[in-house]
Design a protein around this ligand. Sequence first.
Ligand SMILES: Cc1ncc(COP(=O)(O)O)c(C=O)c1O
Length: 402
Amino acid sequence: MPVLSQRANAIQPSPTLALDSEAKAMKAQGLDVVNLSIGEPDFLTPAHIGEAARKAIEEGFTRYTATEGILPLREAISQKFRRDNNLNYPPENIVVSTGGKHALYNAFQCLCQEGDEVIIPTPYWVTYPAQAILAGARPVSAPMDPERLILTPESLKKALSPRSKVLVINSPSNPTGGLYSAEDLEKLAPIIKKADLWVISDDIYECLVYEDRPFVNLSMVAPELNDQVVITHGVSKSYSMTGWRIGYLAGPSPVAQAAAKIQSQMTSNATSVAQKAALAALTGPQERVAEMRASFAQRRQRILELMAQIPDWTYPNPLGAFYVFPKVSSVFGEKIGGEVIRHADDLARVLLRNALVATAPGTAFGSPEHIRLSYAASLADLEKGLGRIHDFLAGKPLSFGG
Ligand SMILES: Cc1ncc(COP(=O)(O)O)c(C=O)c1O
């Protein structure tokens, strides 16, 4: 057989999706698995959004649309930026894609190429390095401050080289829950300006911020950088619409035009009916968003209380998204569940096989001393999952099925 491309061989399948599949397969075998591995809200998509999609089908809105997305949706996104962020992105600077992941893919393809370096604050969401590689670039890790869970000016400066082209900022962050303040971003701005970097600002968790902290992105605090910042976003997390696959990019005109051009040769438009659903999400009642956020806030509170009972797990306060990222390395070298635990992958595997709790090992996020737990799960599942982890690590017998 002829060989596959280097590009295809250079990346791994998404490990979080792989773990989710393993947990789902175990569940399908009748095992009472608690799945805390995946970042997916467990709420139904609000009814009026589904209704808009149904109406679109009935009206025959099932043909190709403009590659960059229907104008009313791009207008609604433009309004969202004005209303929520005081940012001016006219519809022609916006491209609607098949999920936030696709918007990010377009951004990487537009901004970097062979020989470029992409600076990725670490721990990072697994997809950033893979997408940088797919664009021919080299991912360069810049360690975050482990307490504040943000990239510091010092760390950014250390990561810079003459080849640096793009910096990724994800706030609130997957996997840490870290959140940048305006001051944090203001400190990075002059370095970014001087190094002439593009910034991909992945704002997908914008609406999931707790403890009354404000959400801010780089464009909001440093308008002088607007022609260097590309925002990627989407409806997946805010509106519980993960399966609908609608995301978007907003940026300077040349970037939006290039993204539309690339997308026109790759996927064409995002699903027509899902675009109508996203339009209803952005322009319709927003009460469910606030209710879902309140629910996540409650779950966050509870998971922090439950984690506090697990000896030796340490974690800074996560201020956003729906993840906690405890440091678990205190158990490395110990024999647990019949296995010597060497790193987070071992611990996650042992927890899944013995305690029937699926977590995501930090290795995939560039941090093998941590595991990620998602609290986008019911309170009952959080109680059960954390209770089992606690008892298992304490050497207590577990009972399943309840
Ligand atoms: C940090 C981050 N960015 C982007 C995405 C992509 O979201 P979507 O489901 O819209 O592709 C995710 C999804 O998990 C994410 O965690």
